[in-house]
Write a new protein. Structure first.
Lengths: 549, 77
C-alpha cells in the first residue's frame, strides 16, 4: 500500500509541469494550496499534541487566531502583495523600506525555515521509530538523506499541485481514524466524560479540557495557563496575524492566483476548510488523552516523566487502523512530512542564495556560481535541520516549539508590516531598528522567563535570572510574541519620527494603503464580493466559539 | 495545455478505493478486531472510490465544456 502511494505520487509529479506552465491558477486551487502549505504533518502532529496537552482550547489557533487573520490578509494585505509584484516577503520589504530591512528579515526567515524543517524531521524520525522499530538516530540520518535526494531530483518544482493532492490525502487518510475513535469513546458525550477525568486528575474543574472559553478567567483555571487578554492579544493578534500576514510560504500561494480578485479570495476560500480542521487535527489529540487517562497505554511516557503528546496521532493510527487503511494513513503522514521538510529547505536555499548571498556577500557572479551556492545551502540547511531536530526532542509538544520560533520571527515582523502598510511616514531606519528591537525583546523575554517545571536552557531562562514562571510553554510563547510585537511597534514608531523619509510618495504607490487605489468590488454581484465571504466566515467562527464555549 | 488537477486526484483516489475495497473483501475478518469489528477497509475503500469518481466526473465535465467553448470561439470569426 505504501509502495503504491509513493509510485503514484511519482507518476503524478511528472505531469506537474503541464499545470503550472504560466497559467493562472483558479482561486479554489490556490485556496487549497494556501491551507495545505500550512496543513503539513507538523500541524497535524502538533495540533493533536496540543489537543491532548491543552484540550479544546487549542481550537483558539483556528477560531480566534487563523480566521480573523486570514480575513485580514484577504481584504487588506493582499492588494499590496499582489499589486506590488514582489515575489517574496523580503522583496516587499526592500520595495517598501530598504535593503537592510530585507536582509534582516531574510536572516530570521532562514533561521525559521531551519527550525520548521528540523521539527518535521524529528517527528518523522519518531514515527519511523514507533511504527517500523528503527533506531531514532538512524532514522534522522536516513530522513536527511531522503530529503536531500528529493530536493536534488527537483521534487518541489511545482509544489502547489502536490499540495492540493496532499490536502485530500490528509483529510481522507485521517477522517476514518477520528470516526473510529469517536465511536469508541461513545461520541462527544463519552469524550467529555473521559476528559473530565483528565481534568480532575490534573487538578482542574471537570470541564477544563472540553470548554474553550469558560475557564479563561484566570491562568490557574485552565491547562494552557492563559487568561483571555493574553490569549486574544498574544495568539489572536500578534502570533496569528504575524503568521498569516507575513509567512511567505503561505502568502506566496495566493500570489500565484490569476487575478487580484482571485488573490484576495484565496485566503478567504482557504478559511472555509480551515475552520473545520480542528475536528480532524485537535479532536484526535483529545481522544488520545481521554483514552489514555481512562484505559492507559495511549501515549508513551518520555524520559522526563510527562507523556510525549507528539505521539497521539501515530499511536491512534496503530491502535485503530488495520493493515490496508493503516498504509493510507502512514502514506498521508510521510508524504506530507517529506514535502514540508523539502519546502522549508528549498525556501531556505532561495532566501540564502538570493536575499542574502547575492545581495550582501558576493553580488554579480554567474548563474552557475549561484546554483552551486544554492546546492551547498541545501546541504547546509539539512545539516542544520538535524541539529534543530535534536532540539525538538526536548519538547513534548512540537507545536510549543514551532510557536516559539514564530513568536521570534513573525510576531515583530507583523508590527513592521502594519506600520509600513498603513503609515507612509514609516522609514527604512525605523523598520530595521524596530525589527531588531522586536527580535531582541523576544530574546530578552524568553531568556528571563521559564515555563513551569523546566530547567533553564533551551526552554528559556538562560539569561541567569528567572523573573517570571509561566504555567505552560504555550503561555510563554504567546507573551513572547506580544512583547516582541510591542517592542517592534514602539521602536519603529519612535525611530521613524526621528529619521528622515527616504522614499517619496511616488515610490510608495501601491505599497502603502493611503497611496493605493481602492479595490472596486461594486461591479461584482454581492455574493461574489470578498467582503461578503469575509463576513460569513467571521459569523460562522463566532458561532463555533459559542457552541464550544 | 492546462491539466485539470482533478484528473490526477480523481485517478489516485479511484485506484486507492479499488485496492482498499478489494482488500476489505479478501482479508481475514480477524484483523478488524482493532477497528471495533467494522470492516473499515471495505467501507472507507468505497468512500474513496466514490470521491475519486466524482472528482473524475467533474474534471471530465469541465474538460468537455472547455473543448466545446474552444470550438465555438474558433467557428465564429
Amino acid at each position: 500500500m505504501l509502495g503504491i502511494g509513493w509510485a503514484l505520487r511519482r507518476f503524478v509529479r511528472s505531469s506537474d509541469d503541464f499545470f503550472l506552465s504560466g497559467r493562472s491558477i483558479p482561486a479554489w486551487i490556490a485556496g487549497l494550496a494556501f491551507i495545505s502549505a500550512n496543513l503539513g504533518a507538523q500541524e497535524v502532529i502538533g495540533m493533536a499534541a496540543s489537543g491532548a496537552k491543552y484540550g479544546i482550547m487549542t481550537s483558539h489557533f483556528y477560531w480566534v487566531g487563523a480566521m480573523p487573520a486570514m480575513v485580514f490578509v484577504g481584504l487588506f494585505m493582499m492588494p499590496f502583495y499582489y499589486g506590488s509584484r514582489a515575489r517574496s516577503v523580503p522583496e516587499y520589504l526592500k520595495l517598501r523600506f530598504d535593503e537592510k530591512t530585507r536582509g534582516l528579515n531574510a536572516i530570521t526567515f532562514a533561521i525559521m525555515t531551519i527550525f520548521s524543517s528540523g521539527i518535521s524531521m524529528y517527528a518523522l524520525a519518531k514515527l519511523l521509530e514507533l511504527v517500523l522499530g528503527w533506531n531514532f538516530h538512524m532514522s534522522i540520518v536516513l530522513t536527511g538523506v531522503i530529503v536531500l535526494v528529493y530536493i536534488f531530483l527537483g521534487g518541489l518544482r511545482s509544489a502547489i499541485y502536490n499540495e492540493v493532492l496532499q490536502f485530500f490525502l490528509i483529510v481522507l487518510g485521517f477522517l476514518p481514524l477520528v470516526l473510529l475513535g469517536l465511536k469508541d469513546v461513545g461520541g462527544w458525550d463519552g469524550l467529555t466524560a473521559k476528559l473530565a477525568t483528565v481534568a480532575t486528575n490534573a487538578g482542574f474543574e471537570p470541564g477544563a479540557w472540553s470548554h474553550s472559553w469558560k475557564y479563561m478567567d484566570s491562568p490557574s483555571h485552565n491547562p494552557m495557563g492563559m487568561e483571555w487578554f493574553g490569549l486574544v492579544m498574544g495568539l489572536g493578534f500578534a502570533l496569528s496575524f504575524g503568521y498569516w500576514c507575513t509567512d511567505f510560504l503561505v502568502v506566496q500561494r495566493a500570489m500565484a492566483a490569476g487575478s487580484m480578485t482571485a488573490a484576495r479570495r484565496t485566503p478567504l476560500i482557504a478559511a472555509v476548510p480551515k475552520m473545520l480542521m480542528p475536528a480532524l487535527v485537535i479532536l484526535p489529540g483529545m481522544l488520545a488523552i481521554g483514552l489514555h487517562a481512562t484505559r492507559g497505554g495511549f501515549l508513551p511516557i518520555g524520559t522526563d516523566g510527562t507523556p510525549n503528546y507528539n505521539m497521539a496521532i501515530p499511536m491512534l493510527l496503530g491502535h485503530y487502523l488495520p493493515s490496508g487503511l493503516l498504509g493510507l494513513g502512514l502514506t498521508a503522514l510521510m508524504a506530507s512530512f517529506m514535502s514540508g521538510m523539502a519546502g522549508n529547505v528549498t525556501a531556505f536555499n532561495t532566501v540564502w542564495t538570493y536575499d542574502i548571498y547575492q545581495t550582501h556577500i558576493r553580488p554579480g557572479q554567474t548563474d552557475r556560481h549561484y546554483l552551486r551556492v544554492g546546492h551547498a545551502a541545501t546541504v547546509f540547511g539539512i545539516l542544520a535541520s538535524v541539529v534543530a531536530a535534536y532540539a525538538a526532542t526536548r519538547f513534548n509538544n512540537i507545536l510549543d516549539m514551532l510557536q516559539l520560533v514564530f513568536s521570534f520571527v513573525n510576531g515583530p515582523l507583523f508590527a513592521t508590516f502594519l506600520l509600513g502598510m498603513f503609515w507612509r511616514r514609516t522609514t527604512g531606519h525605523g523598520a530595521f531598528w524596530g525589527l531588531l528591537t522586536g527580535t531582541v525583546t523576544a530574546a530578552l523575554h524568553y531568556g528571563l522567563t521559564l515555563p513551569i517545571g523546566s530547567v533553564p536552557g533551551i526552554k528559556g531562562g538562560f539569561l541567569g535570572a528567572v523573573l517570571h514562571t509561566y504555567p505552560s510553554e504555550m503561555a510563554l510563547n504567546f507573551w513572547t510574541a506580544l512583547f516582541a510585537w510591542t517592542g517592534c511597534f514602539v521602536a519603529t514608531l519612535v525611530i521613524s519620527l526621528f529619521t528622515a523619509r527616504t522614499k517619496t510618495d511616488d515610490e510608495l504607490r501601491g505599497l502603502v494603503y493611503s497611496l493605493t487605489p481602492r479595490q472596486q468590488d461594486g461591479h461584482m454581484p454581492w455574493y461574489k464580493r470578498p467582503v461578503t465571504l469575509a463576513v460569513a466566515i467571521l459569523v460562522v467562527s463566532t458561532f463555533l466559539n459559542v457552541i464550544f464555549w | 495545455m492546462n491539466l485539470d488537477v482533478r484528473f490526477p486526484i480523481g485517478g489516485m483516489f479511484t485506484i486507492f478505493g479499488v485496492i482498499l475495497t478489494a482488500y476489505g473483501l479478501a482479508s481475514d475478518p480477524a484483523i478488524y478486531a482493532r477497528s471495533l469489528g467494522i470492516n473499515v477497509n471495505l467501507w472507507w475503500g468505497l468512500v474513496l472510490l466514490a470521491f475519486g469518481l466524482v472528482m473524475l466526473g467533474l474534471a471530465y465535465r469541465s474538460y468537455r465544456r472547455s473543448k466545446l467553448s474552444v470550438t465555438d470561439s474558433t467557428s465564429t470569426p
